[in-house]
Design a protein around this ligand. Structure first.
Ligand code: DP6
Length: 331
């Protein structure tokens, strides 16, 4: 029996995904564009064996919740049917950063799981097929398969065959840095899936959010191609604030920020006025991610660490895509 271990990094979206055009296939209602980070990582090992009557899933060294285990088993079912085997698996997944707190642990988690499970196949799937499975598991997970700047296409086809992640530019194209300000280590109360469905069902500004997103993706892609930091800052902050605005307009409104998140938004704008190249983005949680030109990352980190309410900061460069790191034969 082989134990295969893969590593994947979280990614953060500069142009946000929030909404589904098909819930069953998990097809996004918007394109999105992300950067993959290094430093933070999920390490997942998968070992199929004939000695189990069900998959056994551990998250951060403890048995995983029933809901998480089910999502893992659903992914593994695909590999069981591809290999024509009915073996269950032991899955151990460990994050070196807070889980389910708005740091994209589901993206890196499913990218690592699928990469490890794929390596167990005699004839592994190619990256496009893997990106489809990753998107089905979690809409942002396909983006963590790849290095650097990555686009997740909304796609047009009903079967989702064109709703895939695609690498846009490698990290060498523009080595940005990211400072993450952690303002809470608690798990969020409303997960992204529930939050999206609730927003689509009740927010009066839903269609404007979807329409604007199509324009924003083009502006961001062009800014990255030209390495135009001011243009990328403007469109990324606009996409982030528009996503939070549409969530907040849901009934009842969804508010993922705490007071420190708001203080940090003001602080980033002050830092930019003072001449630093930095902008913010925030996902479905209270952490703020400050994207910087490399020369300014240290000053940004020192400044954000001193904002009252910031528990700690993490500094990341752009990272590699998901990959297998070890294959061990075990009895
Ligand atoms: C706010 O990929 O976690 O981080 O497809 O329902 O699993 P599901 O959602 P998920 O949503 C991520 C939302 C976001 C924005 C983004 O990463 O684009």
């Amino acid at each position: 029996m082989k134990k295969i271990t893969a590593i994947a990094h979280p990614n953060i979206a500069l142009i946000k995904y929030w909404g589904k055009r098909d819930t069953a296939l998990n097809l996004p209602a918007t394109h999105s564009l992300s950067i993959t980070l290094n430093q933070l990582e999920t390490r997942t090992s998968v070992r199929f064996t004939d000695q189990l009557a069900a998959d056994r899933v551990c998250l951060n060294d403890s048995p995983a919740s029933a809901a998480f285990s089910q999502r893992v088993s659903r992914c593994l079912d695909t590999f069981r049917s591809l290999s024509g085997s009915s073996k269950f698996a032991t899955v151990n997944t460990v994050n070196n950063f807070p889980t389910a707190a708005g740091l994209a642990s589901s993206a890196s988690g499913f990218a690592a799981l699928l990469t490890a499970a794929n390596a167990s196949l005699v004839r592994p799937l190619d990256k496009i097929q893997l990106a489809i499975l990753a998107r089905q598991a979690s809409g942002s997970a396909g983006r963590s398969l790849f290095d650097g700047f990555v686009i997740q296409h909304r796609g047009e086809r009903d079967d989702g065959g064109d709703s895939v992640a695609e690498p846009l530019y490698s990290r060498d194209h523009w080595p940005l840095e990211v400072v993450i300000a952690i303002t809470s280590e608690n798990e969020k109360k409303t997960g992204s899936t529930d939050g999206m469905l609730h927003t689509a069902a009740t927010a009066p500004y839903w269609q404007s959010w979807i329409d604007q997103s199509a324009t924003d993706i083009q502006a961001a892609t062009s800014a990255i191609r030209r390495r135009d930091f001011a243009a990328l800052a403007a469109v990324s902050e606009a996409s982030c604030l528009a996503m939070h605005a549409v969530m907040q307009s849901a009934r009842p409104g969804l508010l993922y920020w705490n007071g420190t998140t708001v203080e940090l938004i003001h602080r980033i704008r002050e830092l930019r006025t003072s001449g630093l190249s930095v902008f913010f983005t925030i996902d479905a949680g209270p952490q703020l991610k400050a994207v910087c030109l490399p020369g300014d990352a240290e000053a940004v980190e020192t400044d954000l660490a001193a904002v009252p309410g910031v528990i700690r900061t993490l500094r990341c460069q752009l990272g590699a895509g998901a990959r297998v790191v070890s294959t061990v034969d075990e009895q």
